[in-house]
Design a protein around this ligand. Structure first.
Ligand SMILES: Cc1cc2nc3c(=O)[nH]c(=O)nc-3n(C[C@H](O)[C@H](O)[C@H](O)COP(=O)(O)O)c2cc1C
Length: 156
């Protein structure tokens, strides 16, 4: 039996994650915290049958609230800032979960319409990341990372 994730830890993750920066502090995102078995299964199917999602005790689904950002920042808010806000809070969720001894995986490969159906999402709420979260079964090696896309622009 997999170890469950304590509600207290979920609350700690959320309370700290929402402290992240967002455009104009609007927090143009929506976070679903899913423990329901059927919904986790539906999410796994929607994510091109990445069934490990269904096995996680908890799954965060982070969406961009595009109209919220658009109300203040127009088209740039709609197209960019809401996606930025959702991505930043999703990253914080992962970092804080990690600091609490939990493991996560950012899942971006999913059928957006299928995810929309699961949560009855209107057009301007765009699912950005599905994040299964649980106690890691193993400690993965840090993958090799390249450096050749970093440019130092000095002097002048
Ligand atoms: C935008 C994005 C989409 C991703 N989608 C998936 C996914 O659908 N399934 C998956 O298993 N991992 C997914 N990942 C995780 C990456 O594959 C993983 O982070 C990468 O292999 C590097 O490993 P590391 O995170 O341990 O450095 C995604 C990561 C990002 C940032």
């Amino acid at each position: 039996m997999k170890k469950d994730v304590e509600d207290e830890k979920i609350n700690t993750i959320l309370e700290h994650a929402i402290l992240c920066q967002s455009a104009g502090n609007l927090q143009s995102y929506v976070i679903f915290v899913v423990r329901n078995k059927e919904i986790k299964h539906a999410l796994a199917k929607a994510a091109l049958s990445q069934m490990f999602i269904a096995q996680a005790p908890v799954v965060f689904v982070v969406c961009a609230d595009q109209n919220k950002a658009a109300n203040v920042y127009g088209i740039r808010g709609y197209e960019l800032y809401a996606i930025n806000d959702a991505s930043i809070v999703a990253t914080y969720i992962e970092l804080i979960a990690c600091a609490l001894g939990l493991g996560t995986c950012w899942v971006g490969a999913f059928d957006e319409n299928e995810v929309r159906k699961i949560f009855f999402l209107p057009k301007a709420i765009k699912p950005v990341a599905i994040i299964p979260c649980g106690y890691p079964a193993e400690t993965p090696k840090t993958p090799r990372k390249r450096r050749d896309m970093i440019y130092f622009v000095d002097g002048g």
